[in-house]
Structures are given as C-alpha cells and as structure tokens.
Write a protein that binds this ligand. Structure first.
Ligand SMILES: [Zn+2]
Length: 1140
C-alpha cells in the first residue's frame, strides 16, 4: 500500500550503526525482507525530504537480506557528528530501524540557533511554578535557627516559609531553656506504657524491591516491652466543646442540646425540642400496626401545597404505583417500568426478624401527603451552616478533632495533625470495640490526598534535611520521627505510639528535654510538632541506591487518520510550546508519534534539526536512540518548535487508521528506562487497538452496551485482555506513569486500555467526538492543568497505624505487589486514595488511634523526598461518640469507591441493596442506641449523618456507580476511573452537583448562592449554572430577562444563541455581567482542576433531558427515586430493622 521509495529499501536493509554492531542478533527472520521496512510514501511530504541513511557497516553487521540490526544514523550525511555509541548500546535490541533526517523546507541556517538554551519562560503558569518552587528547600536558609519558643505562632510562620528545618544536628545547645508555652500546642497524647505486642500487621514484607523495602524495613523486634515513663496527658478532648453532648442508650441526656426538630411536615413549621443532637422527623409513615394507622409510606393528603414556587405537585407519596407520582415537564422515560431494585428484602446480615415488605408494597394504598422537600435535611443548608460555624482557622492541635466540611472555606494551622485536606477520616472517634463498630456499620476509612494544594495563605509544607543521617525512625515499625514519638530517658530514647517500641536516639539527633518532657528544640524541628512535613531522602531511599535524575515527560501522539482529521494533531503541535512551558525549564521532554509504526524523535539541539527514527517491529519495541530523545525543556524549545511544524506536514494526508497503542506505551517506557529516568507519558490516542501485528489487540464490545445496568454489566466493565494490566505493571516497575487522553469517535474500550493508567497512578481523560475548533480550549486547558500540578514520581506509600487496627483495602489508581506498599508511578495534587482500616480485634489501648502516612517520592526537580502525614484519632467506648464524630463526605467518598470497585464483581441490584441496607443499619443503630426514646414513626437522624439518605441516593443514581445503557460502556468506565481518584471535595460535588442561580426576574444575580439541586428551583424567568466537576450546564429559562441575554451573549433573544457551537461564553461581550459570569466559570474550573465543558441548555431544548439527570433531588428518568422517596424508603428500612 505504501511502498518504499527508491533507495529506501536498500538503506534499510544494509546499514548497521556502529554502536549497535556488536549486539547479538535476534529476530532475524521476521524482519528480513524489504517489505517490513517502514519507508512509506506517507512519510514523505511536500516540502520535506527524507534522506535515506548511508550505510555504515561494521564488522558485525548482518548481511543484506537478513536485516538484523537495521539502524542507521543519517546525521553523518547531513554533516552532523555521529551519535557516539556507548556501552549502553548493548541493551538495545537488534531490531531493524530506519532513521531519517527530516529536512524541512527551510534552509539549514535558519536552524542555527537550535542548540542554544532558552531561558525558561513560563508566563502562562506563573502561580503554579511558584508553588512548585516554594516547595523546594531554600538551602540558603538552612542555618536560620533562631526560633523563639515563646512566640510559637509568628515564629512558626517564618519557620514554615523558610521551608527548611534549621539547626543541623550538631548544634544543639547544652542549655535547656524552658519552653513553657509549648506543651500547649503539643498534638500528642500521652504514652501509656504497655507491653508492646509485635504489630504483625505493621511488619513489612521482605520485598525485593529496594524502594519498597526502604519504606518499610523488616523490623527488629527490640525492646517490645521496655519499661518507660508515661508522659503526661497533655491532650484534652475538645471534641465535646465542639459537638454537643449526645444521649446514649444507657444514659440519654436530653436537654443539653436544642436540635432542630422536624415537625409532622408539612403542616407545621419546625419546632425545637430536647432530643439530643439528632434530628427528628416525626411524621414519617408509621408501620401499619402502629397507632398512627398510616400503612407503609402513606401520608395524609396535604392541601394547599400544590403550585406555588415549585409550580407543580412536586413530590407525593403513594400513587398506587411503585414510585410516587411526579408531575414534570420532562418526559418520563421508562417510568412505567422503573429499573430500580426491589428494596426491602430480608436483611442478610443485620437482623433475624421477618422480612420487611418490599418497597413496592406499601405505597399502593390509601391517602397521600405532599412532602415538601424543603422540610428535608438540606445539603445546602448543612454547608452554609458549617461555613458559618466552622469557617476561619482550623488548628490541628487536638486529637480526634472533627474538621470542617470540605465545602467550608477554612485555613489550617498545623500543630501536630495533618490537614484534613491531606487526610480525612470517616470517623474521629474510633470505637475501641470491634463489635460496636460492626453494629453501627459505619466504615472506618481514610481518604488521603497526599499532595492536595493548600488553601490561599496556608503554610507550605516544611522540609527537613537531616543530611547523611537521614530520617530518624522507629526501630520496630519503621515509622518516621513525628509528634507520635514520645521522648523519654532524658531525651536519649523515644517511644513510638504506633507500635510502642522504644528506640535509641542517634547521637547526632540527641537533644535535652525541658521540664515538661519536650525536647528543647521541638519548635525548630517540624517533625516534632507538625502533622505534615517532608524529609529529604538519602540515597538508600532511591532506586539502586542512586539519587534520581529529573523525571521526564514524553508526549506519545497517535498520528493516525482520526486525530489528523479531527484537528487534534494541528492543535497539539501548535500549542506544544505553551504546554511544555508549564514544566520547569530543566524537565526533560521527549516525543513519540505512532500509527501502525512507532516514530521516535531526536531533538538534540546540537543536531540543528529534529530527526525521526522509525521502529517498524511494533511487537518487539525498543529504544533506538542513544541520545537526543530527552532534552531539558528550555534547551529543546527550538527543536520542539521545528518538530511541531513538521509533524502536521508529515502526517497531514495520512490514510492510516491503525494506531498501535500498546507498543507506543512500551516505546515511551523503554525510552525512559534507557535514560534512567522515571516520568510520565501523555498518550493521545484515538481508536480501538485492532492491529493484527501489534500486541494488545482488542475486539469491539460495544454491542454489549445494553448490558449496562443488568446483572451482566460486568462483562463490559472488566478488561477483555490482561495485556494492558501487564503493561501497566511493567510501567510501574520502571517508574513510568501513563495519562491517557482519548479522542475516540466510537468504542475504544476504556475499561481495558484504561488499566495502564489505573495501575500507574495515571488518569483517563476522554474527549469523544473531539473537534478542534469546539473542544480545543478544553483539551489544552486540561493538559496545562495536569502538567502544572504538584506531582510526585516513582512513589511508594505506606500507611502505618497503631496496634489494633490496620489498613486492609485500598481504592484508587495504584499498584500493589504486596499487602502494604502502595506503588504509585505518579501521584498528583488531584488524586486521592481511599484506605479502609479494620480492627484486628478490639483496641486494647484506649488512648487513641494513630496513623502515619509516609509517601516516598521524587519531585519534579529530581529530589528524593518523604512526605509524612500524621493523624491522631480518639477512641471511644460510647457509640454516641462515634455518631457525633463522623465525617459524612468522607464516608460517601469511601462508599462510592468501594461500590465502584465491587461493581465489577457483583450485580447492580445486589450492590444497591447492600448500600441501602448498610445505611439503614447506620441510622437504625443510632436510633436504637443513641437517640431519645420517641415515637416509632419518627425518623431520627444523627446530626453528622443527616444527609446520609440524600447522598446515598445520589451515589446510587450516579453514572459512575450505576450508569445504565443511557451512557456508553466507555463513559461508564471513564467515570469509574475518574471517581476512583477523586478526593473528598470532588466527590461532594460530583454526587451532589451545585445548582447556582445566575439570573432572576430582575436580571443578573450578583452574589450567586447554590440552591437545592432540583428542577423545582428552575423557573421561566431565571438562569442557572449546574456543575458537578465534570460538566457545566448553563440552563436558561424561556422568559429570562432579555437584557440579560444581550449582556451575556450579545444577541437579542434566546433563539439566537447557537447552543450547539458555544462551549465558552462569548468573550467579545464585555458587559459587567458577562465579565462576572466568565470569572465565576473560570473559578469553578480552577477549583475543580478540570476545564469543564460549558453546555448551554435552553428551557425545553432536548439537552434538558441530559441536564435533568444531574438534578439529583428529583426523580430520575430511569426510575431513580427522588430524595423524598428515598428518605421515606430509608425510613421504612430503618423501622424494619428496629422491629426485628
Ligand atoms: Zn513504631
């Protein structure tokens, strides 16, 4: 089809590059004839000459016709010096490679400056650059040891800003100045000395991987039961001053608290009553045998509730059908046969009573009552209240202090516990008794975002450099020096709160203690008083005991027909300079393109112009370039510009539709390995890999789309081949993370190819039906956001816990070769992992639960570091303490990830029933053991969990957890990957989107405040933004103020807005309203770290149907219950549990 040009074949057959001549010959047969040589017409483009390479045959060269080592270097012909062969050439496989000089139409003299290094110009991302740089230790300040203990606050600030720990170990004074104030800030509870039983769970496996083994060396079990002085109990439990006291089953203490009490809605306004911290919703439907004679879910008819603001009957219960009738302007697709699982089966694990009636049963009876959704617990209300009561400074000096909600704007002052931005727990009082935890069914889990960006004006994470000594660690569990270590014996030894072992203080780390038992240098050493800090790691923490080089970024671009046609190639090439300027100037960059072959580019500035090297044997990929592939960004800029001009010309008229994804990823990995660097591959891919000649061939499973939502859905959600998993593991082994950018127009099997991103800590980004003119800004915006993040490379994470609990299950994008070390080829500020913590048995130490998260990683500047997060939680003997100290947003994040993980193992119905039952159990246990005695028909929700029914319903109807055939399998898989890496702030808005009014009857809304996420809030004369972190919809009512249309869109009326073409608000309109709205959208995108596409939805357009899916308080078009329906159902589940 694309025959070789004259002369090419002979070149390809003959030459053997000098440096490769001594290599062993392999793969001879398959490549021994001309037709395999990749010199195709389509590589030759007008204005470009591809120069065949002169043959340089060394003694070991294979004769023509065998084609054993067909690599040539044509730069000799072009007057450039030959690439020096090095001993590393021996690692390159003898595969035929034809190498061509790309000679663009421009004269060589115009390229003369290509060898010059250009200063790093990164005006486009100054903030990010600054952030990254601020994380680097300013070494010039390493001696700034004048910290004044008595001025801990301001001095702390300075100290942190200097970013480095002062005082090298040799300078400890002999004098012991008292640090009287300091112990107040101590984040450490006292040590109660016990025989420290060996913590089996904390024992790291003897891994062969050096990096892994360094983060968790085999413990030496010394001093397990050593005698030592307990410290003074400095910790006060301040939780109770924050959370009101809560009645318990044994000691109900009403009166201390005036909670909201929800009346028999909707007749009466809310009244207050002394019912503990819970909320009571008294008039929920009664069981039929109760005195209220309201069978099942029946409600009394409520008059006078129709119409009004909500413009319709809204929610009602009991219409003689499976679901409450809902009147809506929206077509109710599939309403007659809602697909929702039959709730109310016999609880499998929580009870022994009779099975409650199914969800379908009780509603088909008499009477109904209008339920006013505004009487239900409101997410918006909870967020606003938390902002008012918990906003401002959050100081982490107390064990087990419940943090503000993620939606609340607050500032962290780190005094011993990690910021909740880094580590959030589902609970801050952990039941000591395993039985109690099981009874409540509340998961104990952490959501860890180790690199989450600090809020504005928050302190940067300090960095500690202990020189050759390296971090000081517990002798047994290998935990790092932290506020969780208690110094004893005059400062000569310290006891670890995690495992109780006692460790000798290294002489160079010794310091005296003051009269409170604190080291006198405590406030000069972040590791002694901060929750989060970093260590500079020594060589023993590095691959092969060698300090790393800077990680590299390789752009791997599919140049087949689809990407050319869509305009992606032109877009990427025209923007490449901007993109790589998001990177530090020393960061090496490299470029690979691929279709049915893989092309490497030599961008060595010394060459004058880039060269292409083609590897045709995609089944046996290797790195053909000895040098010049990876070049520091600033030095490469001219060559990159030149290359980016040539690539569109090279492939602009391609007819190749094949793109060999697997070999392209292997190529990138091999390129990084060859240079002894770790790094990231950004792979821009367009089609299902179907090539017969390349490994990783996949078949099209799209016909199985209809299986989504059925018991067989897992057949399209699990990988169809293990190739991409194996590839991912290989990449992790090489420290290579893969980000996929998918530009598919048809099925691409995200479930299978996405595995390579999942296992390598990468991301899957999907731009289906990409058109450069419409989607270009979004793609470029996303890539810049990704490149600009704080990224840790070649990472290993270890979560250590105190005795009695241990991390068991991990959720996120990572790879684990053993049960303790989470390998993350890369992790960035937008990626979180959820970790379930389980009790080994009951916790015997009632002192607290202590957690240390250690992340060993390489910075983008090539520095090996350890980032340490410490967290101290309370333990509790009273169930009420647990319910008072839950973190619902974290629970939801965890449950969603666990559900997604299980969705490839179980059926959708079992999954949903499991979640519903678990939540009913959480609430029923509270009702049974913690709430005041009250009438059985009341729904009583613990304050911390009062949104649980709302949020669980949102999870159960989300496309990530329960996407049905309304979306494609690729979309479902993509959302599953996306949610699996979300931190808590992201899942809050993904599951409960923000609905924000932007225009009302009198025009623009100046200070937009979110409202409940229901179409009831939409009205003809208003406009709204609906945003979930993935999409932004702008809904415009049919009767919206015409001037507003003019002010925003620059057209006279709604009909003139070209909704299909607009993905950004027009920037030629410069009214105040437009500027404000555009700024608002910008801030949303920046907050979510995603350049969310903007979709304009006019009232009654068909896009309204799509948008309605995200109005999560309403009934779904696929039969998903509304919030009110679900709350009623949940109440019934609770009642049936209580009656057992
Ligand atoms: Zn320890």
């Amino acid at each position: 089809m694309y025959g070789p040009p004259p002369g090419a074949a002979s070149v390809a057959q003959n030459h053997v590059q000098q440096g490769l001549s001594s290599m062993p010959v392999q793969n001879v047969g398959a490549l021994g004839h001309v037709s395999n040589i990749p010199i195709s017409q389509n590589h030759v483009h007008p204005g470009m000459t591809i120069t065949p390479i002169p043959v340089q045959t060394s003694g070991a060269a294979q004769p023509p016709g065998i084609g054993a080592a067909l690599v040539s270097q044509n730069h000799i012909q072009s007057g450039m010096p030959p690439i020096s062969s090095q001993s590393s050439a021996g690692s390159i496989g003898p595969v035929p490679v034809a190498k061509y000089l790309i000679q663009p139409g421009m004269p060589a003299s115009s390229m003369q400056n290509s060898g010059q290094s250009h200063p790093a110009v990164s005006a486009s991302v100054p903030v990010i650059q600054n952030n990254i740089q601020s994380a680097m230790p300013p070494t010039s300040q390493q001696k700034s040891g004048q910290f004044q203990p008595s001025t801990a606050g301001p001095a702390t600030q300075n100290h942190i800003q200097s970013g480095i720990v002062p005082n090298p170990g040799s300078q400890y004074p002999q004098v012991l100045p008292p640090t009287a104030q300091n112990h107040n800030h101590q984040g450490m509870p006292p040590v109660s000395v016990q025989n420290a039983a060996p913590n089996n769970s904390g024992l790291p496996s003897a891994s062969q991987n050096h990096i892994r083994s360094e983060i968790g060396n085999s413990p030496s079990l010394q001093n397990p039961g050593s005698q030592n002085t307990p410290g003074q109990p400095h910790m006060q439990n301040h939780v109770q001053s924050v959370m009101p006291p809560m009645p318990t089953a044994s000691a109900a203490a009403p009166g201390a608290q005036i909670p909201k009490r929800y009346p028999a809605y909707p007749q009466q306004p809310p009244i207050s009553g002394p019912v503990g911290t819970s909320q009571t919703y008294p008039s929920f439907p009664q069981p039929h045998q109760q005195q209220f004679q309201q069978p099942g879910m029946q409600m009394q008819p409520q008059l006078g509730q129709d119409g009004g603001f909500y413009g319709g009957p809204g929610m009602s219960v009991g219409q003689g059908s499976q679901y409450p009738r809902q009147v809506s302007t929206t077509p109710q697709v599939g309403m007659a046969q809602p697909n929702y699982p039959q709730y109310g089966q016999q609880p499998a694990q929580y009870g022994h009573g009779p099975a409650p009636p199914a969800y379908t049963q009780p509603s088909a009876q008499q009477g109904q009552k209008r339920l006013d959704p505004d009487q239900m617990p409101s997410a918006i209300g909870v967020m606003q209240e938390d902002q008012q009561t918990r906003g401002g400074i959050f100081r982490t000096d107390q064990k087990g202090l419940l943090p503000p909600l993620v939606t609340t704007k607050f500032q962290i002052e780190d005094f011993g516990n990690a910021s909740p931005r880094f580590v959030r727990s589902t609970m801050y009082s952990v039941p000591a008794q395993l039985d109690m935890l099981k009874q409540t069914a509340i998961p104990f889990a952490l959501v860890i975002n180790p690199f989450e960006s600090p809020a504005k004006d928050e302190q940067a994470v300090p960095c500690v450099d202990l020189g050759p000594m390296g971090p000081v660690r517990c002798i047994r569990c290998k935990a790092y020096m932290s506020p969780l270590m208690q110094f004893i014996d005059g400062g000569r030894r310290f006891q670890c709160l995690l495992c109780k072992a006692i460790t000798e203080v290294p002489p160079e780390y010794f310091q005296h203690l003051d009269h409170t038992g604190q080291r006198v240098d405590k406030w000069e050493r972040p590791e002694l008083w901060r929750g989060t800090y970093e260590y500079i790691a020594t060589a023993e923490y590095c691959r092969n005991n060698v300090l790393p080089k800077e990680p590299a970024f390789v752009f791997v671009i599919d140049v087949s027909y689809n990407n050319v046609k869509s305009g992606l190639i032109n877009l990427l090439c025209s923007q490449m300079k901007n993109l790589i300027e998001s990177l530090p100037s020393h960061t090496p960059v490299g470029f690979i393109t691929y279709n049915s072959k893989v092309h490497f580019y030599n961008i060595d500035p010394a060459l004058g112009q880039p060269q292409m090297v083609i590897v045709p044997d995609v089944a046996d990929m290797f790195m053909p370039l000895l040098k010049g592939f990876l070049v520091p960004r600033a030095e490469a800029i001219d060559a990159v510009e030149s290359l980016m001009e040539q690539i569109p010309a090279l492939f602009g008229d391609t007819k190749e539709t094949e793109a060999v994804l697997g070999p392209a990823v292997v190529a990138g990995m091999e390129a990084l390995k060859a240079s002894n660097r770790v790094g990231k591959l950004l792979v821009f891919h367009s089609s299902l890999p179907t090539s017969d000649i390349a490994p990783g061939k996949l078949k099209n499973r799209e016909a199985d789309r209809k299986l989504l939502g059925t018991d067989k859905e897992k057949t399209v959600l699990v990988p169809q081949s293990t190739y991409y998993n194996t590839l991912g593991q290989d990449c992790v082994g090489a420290g290579v993370s893969v980000d996929l950018y998918l530009f598919n127009n048809s099925y691409i099997d995200v479930a299978t190819i996405g595995q390579v991103a999942r296992l390598t800590g990468g991301s899957v980004n999907k731009y289906t039906y990409f058109q450069a003119d419409i989607d270009g800004p979004r793609v470029i915006g996303d890539i810049i956001l990704h490149l600009s993040r704080h990224i840790g490379f070649d990472s290993v994470m270890r979560v250590r816990t105190s005795t009695g609990v241990r991390p068991t299950d991990f959720y996120g994008h990572y790879y684990m070769a053993n049960t303790t070390d989470v390998e993350l080829a890369a992790i960035d500020s937008q990626k979180g992992l959820a970790v379930e913590i389980k009790h080994d048995a009951s916790i015997t130490d009632e002192d607290g639960v202590y957690i240390q998260v250690a992340l060993l990683y390489t910075t983008i500047y090539g520095q090996r570091r350890l980032r340490i997060h410490n967290l101290a939680l309370n333990t509790c003997m009273q169930m009420a303490d647990l319910y008072r100290n839950c973190e619902l947003d974290t629970i939801i994040n965890f449950l969603a990830k666990q559900s997604i993980s299980r969705s490839v193992e179980t059926t959708p119905q079992d999954l949903k029933e499991g979640i519903v039952k678990r939540c009913a159990q959480m609430l029923a246990t509270y009702r049974k053991h913690c709430a005041n005695p009250s009438m059985p028909g009341q729904l009583i929700l613990p304050e911390c969990l009062k949104l649980l029914p709302l949020y669980v319903n949102c999870v159960l109807r989300s496309d990530a957890v329960a996407g049905t055939s309304e979306i494609t399998p690729d979309d479902r898989s993509w959302l599953m990957y996306t949610v699996m890496t979300m931190g808590v702030p992201s899942t809050v808005h993904y599951f409960y989107p923000q609905l924000v009014p932007i225009a009302g009857p009198s025009g623009s809304v100046d200070d937009p405040v979110p409202v409940r996420c229901s179409r009831d809030k939409l009205s003809d004369d208003s406009a709204f933004i609906l945003e979930n972190g993935i999409y932004i919809f702008m809904w415009i009512g049919a009767a919206v103020y015409p001037d507003w249309i003019q002010d925003i869109f620059g057209v006279a009326n709604l009909g003139q807005i070209n909704v299909e073409a607009i993905t950004e608000l027009p920037d030629h309109v410069n009214s105040d309203q437009s500027l404000r709205l555009r700024a608002f959208i910008r801030s949303l995108r920046s907050e979510r770290q995603r350049h969310m596409r903007l979709t304009i939805v006019r009232q009654r357009d068909k896009m309204e149907l799509v948008m309605n899916r995200f109005l999560v308080e309403d009934r779904g078009s696929d039969g998903q219950p509304s919030y009110v329906d679900f709350l009623c159902h949940m109440h019934k589940e609770i009642r049936s549990l209580l009656n057992q």
